[in-house]
Design a protein around this ligand. Sequence first.
Ligand SMILES: NC(=O)c1ccc[n+]([C@@H]2O[C@H](COP(=O)([O-])OP(=O)(O)OC[C@H]3O[C@@H](n4cnc5c(N)ncnc54)[C@H](OP(=O)(O)O)[C@@H]3O)[C@@H](O)[C@H]2O)c1
Length: 274
Amino acid sequence: MLKQLYPSCAEPSLLKGIYLKLNLHQRAKAGDVFIYANYISSLDGRISLFDKKEDEYTVPPSIANARDWRLYQELAGQSDMMLTSARYFRQLAKGKAQDLLPVGLSPNFEDIKQWREQQGLKAQPDVLILSDSLDIPLAALRSLSDRKTIVLTKTQANQDKVQQLETCGVQVIQAATAVTGQFVRQSLIALGYQSAYMIAGPKVHHTLLVDGCVDELFLTSHFSLLGGQAFHSILEDDMPVNHMKLLSLYLDEQEGQMFQRFAYQQIAYQNKGK
Ligand SMILES: NC(=O)c1ccc[n+]([C@@H]2O[C@H](COP(=O)([O-])OP(=O)(O)OC[C@H]3O[C@@H](n4cnc5c(N)ncnc54)[C@H](OP(=O)(O)O)[C@@H]3O)[C@@H](O)[C@H]2O)c1
């Protein structure tokens, strides 16, 4: 059970369903798309640590846990599109990434699969990848054969790599200059998507945030201190302060973590010349 601390509620809540009930797939205004991000972080702000043995940044196993993963699934279940980075596929190719969306692949998530069907959503969300290098292992894309895969890239992208991806059935869309948050948002709208779940790291997050193109943040704070010098946090590049509005807060005493949901202040910093 969870304690709902904000808005305060005396009744304990079941973990299952606290996010699925939000209907994020119906939150977009007409002609817009609703974009939400999700992270699990240690108390000292680490979402990934460099693993010397694996020669790779990975989500620290000491904070990843099944209860948070259930909520990750509930958020994924409400999306038309999962928005990720090329790095994810590089990790996947090395066998070092979590499965992108196993909705319905485990009996534990059968209810989410059924919920998607009832809501008229496709069995699996489509996938949008941000990449300038286009260094995306083609073998790693095979697991996505059941959904539409789109890559957004810069204008001067390597045309041989564009062609290779297109031959594999991937739609590649090149920005007029660089891939900005507005370009991501407008591409999603033009393609008819209404909800997008951002599961990438700090660069993609920054890209969206500085253009005012991300609506809500779901942040699990795991009650652990990890230390370490080589790590990622949810946001690393320069930007003005964004004061977040807390929408809900649950305490999970069983695992020792808090589930927080925030709305971003909607400021397009770059567009305002800040
Ligand atoms: N704990 C958590 O909840 C959580 C969540 C997400 C990620 N993580 C971890 O955090 C670490 C970093 O994740 P990440 O690599 O996905 O982070 P990221 O910093 O968001 O993405 C990096 C890659 O995305 C592409 N990219 C980002 N912004 C772009 C832009 N504006 N235009 C074009 N391409 C852009 C680039 O790909 P190219 O190099 O191909 O150009 C870049 O190398 C990983 O270890 C991951 O496992 C943890």
